[in-house]
Design a protein around this ligand. Structure first.
Ligand code: NI
Length: 184
């Protein structure tokens, strides 16, 4: 199972590389990687298991965060009642279109690969249209909005070598456009 010691941390060049697309059918190695990434997220959101293995809670994990520079990322997004509202592993995801209107989380963002807290709003498109393949090679096009869109954007950017704080306004970390949706 993936543990915190397996997570690559900011400063590791793999996090700044553009990840390679995968080809289908996926090898057993990458199928297993997908299973393990999702398992990490499930375990990390279970207080008992997380405590036992000292896992930091996560809602998304991208392959470069476990040292694999390939285009695969798992998402497990709960709502405020801890019900899962989005669960998927993206392979070769592409953003087809995005809203002009931005959204951000009121508490900013964190990342399993970034140990320190970095304050500031992280504006991202409020709505995304995403094309991706499932682990089984099924082609999908979906639309996401608000929190799941933010998580998807964060994870897809990991595959492009970007980290969340790249999007924070350097001069004024809490500056927002007037019409930015703040999600609480
Ligand atoms: Ni991250």
């Amino acid at each position: 199972m993936i543990l915190m010691k397996d997570i690559t941390r900011d400063g590791n060049p793999v996090l700044r590389k553009v990840a390679q697309p995968l080809t289908f059918p996926l090898s057993d190695h990458y199928r297993q990687l997908a299973d393990e990434m999702m398992e990490y997220l499930i375990n990390s959101q279970d207080p008992k298991i997380a405590k036992k293995h000292q896992l930091r809670a996560g809602v998304g994990l991208a392959a470069p965060q476990v040292g694999e520079s390939v285009q695969m990322a798992s998402l497990l997004v709960p709502n405020e009642k801890n019900e899962i509202i989005f669960k998927e592993t993206f392979v070769n995801p592409e953003i087809l279109s995005e809203s002009v209107r931005q959204a951000c989380l009121s508490e900013g963002e964190g990342c399993l690969s970034v140990d320190k807290i970095i304050d500031g709003y992280v504006p991202r498109p409020d709505k995304l249209k995403i094309h991706y393949y499932t682990v089984d090679g099924e082609e999908k096009t979906i639309r996401l909005k608000d929190y799941p869109a933010i998580v998807a954007s964060h994870e897809i950017e990991h595959l492009r070598g970007h980290l969340f704080y790249d999007r924070i306004n350097k001069q004024d970390p809490f500056k927002l456009d007037e019409d930015t949706v703040v999600i609480y």
